[in-house]
Design a protein around this ligand. Sequence first.
Ligand code: GSH
Length: 317
Amino acid sequence: MIPRSIPPHARGPLLYGVTHSPWVEGVRQALHYHRVQPRVTSYPLDLSWAISRGLIFPALRLSDGQTLLDSFTIYQALDDAGYPLGFAHISPAERDEAQLDLERLFLNYAPGRCVSGRRWRFIVAWSQMRELPFSARGVVSRAFVSLYFWILIRLGIALSHRRGRPVYDLDTIESQLHAWDDRLRTARWLTGETPGFLDFALLGHLQCMTSGLTEELLPCIRRQRHLMSWLEQLLTQLPADEPLYVHRLLDETLVSPRASAGEQTLFWLAWLGWLVVWPLTGTLVLALLLRRPRNPAHSGAVASRARRRSEGVPTGS
Ligand SMILES: N[C@@H](CCC(=O)N[C@@H](CS)C(=O)NCC(=O)O)C(=O)O
């Protein structure tokens, strides 16, 4: 596991993912809370796993070489390893229900990142993400992953249109946020007496919503009074060395941290490179999309499992 003795800013565990991902950010901030500084990379931790199960993040590589998938599995492992995250205060059924609620929220707001009029801006946002610390291999991989996610989200949007479902409905998102606000009306933290995994999981989603592609969500969040004071409290518990996207909810003048000009240039060179070899890139993206259902942590997997459970079909988990 992660040794309890990892000091702040030591060469921390390796976290696969990007800082716009809510699930990655939740884990990253939970680690920060426990003064563990993970390295964040867009390069898959295990290429053969990625090829057989898709490009899904987060994944956390532990000091013993073991790789954990799915943010909630990672939180549980951290809690087991002596980094308390409130698992003693919540039943497995409540935990699953909370992850389902967060996934529903995610599936409602994530398409907003790449709706018509924002399709190009989506890739620009990926060019501005950062590897922490810088890694050329991570940037080249991120250029490819941006195409994978662009296609995944556009396919999701097309499917919603076909089924006559709203793609990005602010009222629905606000009512889901309001449900979280309601939970915080009487509780200081979502899981126990101190910030726990649900607090960090929710923080991760706020991070994604405020990362620059869905600015119209900022007023929806600001209207949630209890959620906003919870956020202010939570931020005081985290090391103050890095501005987070959510700080923009509290101070509109703040600018989000972005990759350096050099890192952005490398991204665009790699991105053009992936386009030049498009037959290869397209085939790879397609193959990875076809494999993602094999990964128990893919987007929408929690809802699929809940649906199968309610229909009495074995889920294998
Ligand atoms: N249940 C997972 C959800 C992870 C998730 O949805 N990750 C997104 C990135 S934000 C992903 O990799 N999606 C790619 C896919 O589903 O193919 C968790 O809690 O970690």
